[in-house]
Design a protein around this ligand. Structure first.
Ligand code: TXA
Ligand code: MG
Length: 344
């Protein structure tokens, strides 16, 4: 299959390209598209057969449900069973990087829910995503547009790397600003529970709903996550990633890098701006300034992919403290590193 790339400027949207991409969705085909978090791999969310194509294209385990993307709050009514006034308080954060899980309506195909009785809904803010959903006139089911297990794509070229020849269309709408996936909150039980932390943090969400909880697995890593997707290997670069947190991390990483180099391994470094001078003799990428977690989340996945392009065997990276956005970033880093996270 030939994969076509449609380049669309967020600030001056080419409606002909949107119409073309939407016609693929309506025909039951897959379209990769930008969102403010990461790129999604979209299909008509009310078409079971189309949604099954997503699992095949990604190599995604069939028990991992999909998020339905809407372009207007009114689209919710047909998709979910019940919305309470309490839940509505969170709607102020929409459109945006938040996914809410509700009891599903009968309209939702099995492929979307992976056979469960709940459905995940997100109202993204990216203008290209919104135009595509409106034009397709259906909720668009979309996981991140990577091959399962790989870092999520934050630009069209990352999608192309994984999906060339597998899907017919990629919309190139530039870089995803946020860079890590949406915060997933389960509203189907008695207490609102964060299943996956993201740009909207626990600390922030607790201000809106004071009984907001974190899933047990986000507090104690030995607990099994409630969200199926959270239990799989994830975000993994081809190289081995090792993460270090604490005092004097740059000096420690430098020593370790020298040791690996002596063993004949090619080492890449992910480091904060403040320390990058120390690593001039290694391929390194900056995660931004130490105090700028937004930049860190924006570049994290693309840096992991870039390290693979550089062909390194081992990536040594500095991590951050696990609160606020740091908790969401470390959630991704831990999985990418298969838990090789070391506290110095
Ligand atoms: O930012 C995002 O959320 C991106 C963009 C494209 O919107 N999408 C995304 O999708 O990250 P995906 O499939 O890669 O991650 C969705 C997560 C998975 O961990 C999945 O298990 C969980 O949400 N999820 C989806 N539906 C669920 C449900 N009904 N119950 C529990 N977890 C659910
Ligand atoms: Mg994903």
């Amino acid at each position: 299959m030939k994969t076509e790339i449609l380049k669309i400027n967020r600030d001056n949207i080419n409606i002909d390209f949107i119409k073309k991409a939407a016609s693929f969705i309506k025909n039951g085909d897959l379209v990769a598209f930008p969102t403010e978090t990461v790129y999604g791999l979209g299909a008509d969310g009310l078409n079971d057969e189309a949604c099954r194509k997503i699992f095949k294209a990604k190599g995604r385990p069939s028990d991992n449900p999909l998020i339905l993307h809407i372009s207007h709050i009114s689209m919710l009514d047909n998709l979910v069973e019940e919305i309470t006034d309490k839940h509505r308080k969170l709607f102020d954060l929409w459109p945006g990087p938040m996914t809410l899980i509700f009891k599903k309506s009968d309209l939702i195909p099995d492929a979307v829910t992976a056979g469960g009785d709940t459905v995940a809904i997100r109202f993204p803010s990216d203008k290209v995503a919104l135009a595509l959903i409106s034009q397709a006139n259906t909720p668009i089911a979309a996981p991140s547009a990577n091959i399962s297990g790989r870092p999520s794509p934050t630009k069209a070229s990352d999608v192309y790397q994984d999906m060339d020849g597998i899907i017919p269309v990629i919309i190139d709408g530039g870089e995803s600003n946020i860079g890590i996936e949406s915060t997933v909150i389960d509203l189907s039980g008695d207490e609102p529970t964060i299943l996956r932390p993201g740009f909207y943090t626990y600390e922030f969400l607790k201000e809106i709903l004071d009984d907001m909880k974190l899933d047990d697995s986000l507090v104690d890593s030995t607990k099994i996550p409630k969200s199926p997707g959270q239990k799989y290997k994830h975000y993994a670069p081809k190289a081995k990633l090792r993460v270090f947190i604490g005092e004097n991390v740059p000096a420690y990483i430098l020593k370790l890098a020298d040791k690996y180099k002596e063993e004949g391994k090619k080492v890449g470094i992910l480091v904060f701006d403040e320390d990058k001078d120390k690593f001039a003799s290694y391929p390194y990428l900056s995660l931004g300034s130490r105090n700028d977690l937004s930049t860190m989340s924006h570049v994290l996945f693309s840096s992991l992919r870039e390290m693979d392009r550089l062909g390194v065997d081992i990536i040594l990276a500095e991590g951050v403290r696990e609160n606020h956005l740091g908790k969401s970033i470390m959630n991704r880093m831990k999985k990418a590193a298969a838990n090789d996270v070391n506290y110095l």
